[in-house]
Design a protein around this ligand. Structure first.
Ligand code: OFO
Length: 181
């Protein structure tokens, strides 16, 4: 770590800025997923809605972990402003496509933070970020699994209804079984 360290702080301002950017990405995910959940709810995709309400909460938890880490390390966690939210979507498939695209971006951002921490020898933050590395692996896998359902089942006839049912099962399987799937 090259700069800005003092008795008052254990992370550099550069690391702090990267972590604040990550807060923004997690907050965006939480807000977008909540908006998607509400759309699914009114469109009658009740299992997808439940899945996304839960996912929105989870993203907020990811954000809060970063808030506490930054402030505990002597930095200042910043509540981000979220703009550009959509309130309706072309289709259920579009919802899950957007989720996967966002999760891929989140993974890239986390990898950049990890690389930065390694380069500046900030091993405490590197260690803290390992949780996010594992979490992203699960999140991407779950998003891909959800999107695959559209191709496997097909959207004609009772297809969308069946996809919604299967998305409900994905939610139940998430905590312990994604690695084995
Ligand atoms: Fe926080 O994992 Fe998704 O975005």
């Amino acid at each position: 770590m090259k700069d800005n360290l003092s008795l008052n702080r254990s992370i550099s301002t550069e690391t702090e800025a990267m972590l604040n950017n990550q807060i923004m990405m997690e907050a965006q995910a939480s807000a977008h997923y909540l908006s998607m959940a509400s759309w699914c709810d009114v469109e009658g995709y009740s299992n997808s809605a439940k899945f996304l309400y839960g996912h929105a909460d989870e993203e907020r938890m990811h954000m809060m972990k970063l808030f506490h880490y930054i402030n505990d390390a002597g930095g200042h966690a910043l509540q981000p402003e979220i703009t550009g939210l959509k309130h309706s979507y072309d289709s259920l498939r579009q919802v899950f496509q957007m989720i996967l695209e966002h999760e891929i971006k989140v993974t890239q951002s986390i990898n950049e933070i990890v690389e930065h921490c390694y380069n500046v020898k900030d091993f405490a933050t590197l260690n803290f970020m390992q949780w996010y590395v594992s979490e992203q692996r699960e999140e991407e896998m779950l998003s891909r699994r959800a999107l695959e359902l559209f191709d496997i089942i097909g959207e004609e006839g009772i297809g969308l209804w069946t996809i919604d049912q299967e998305i409900g099962k994905l939610e139940v399987a998430e905590p312990g079984e994604t690695g084995a799937a």
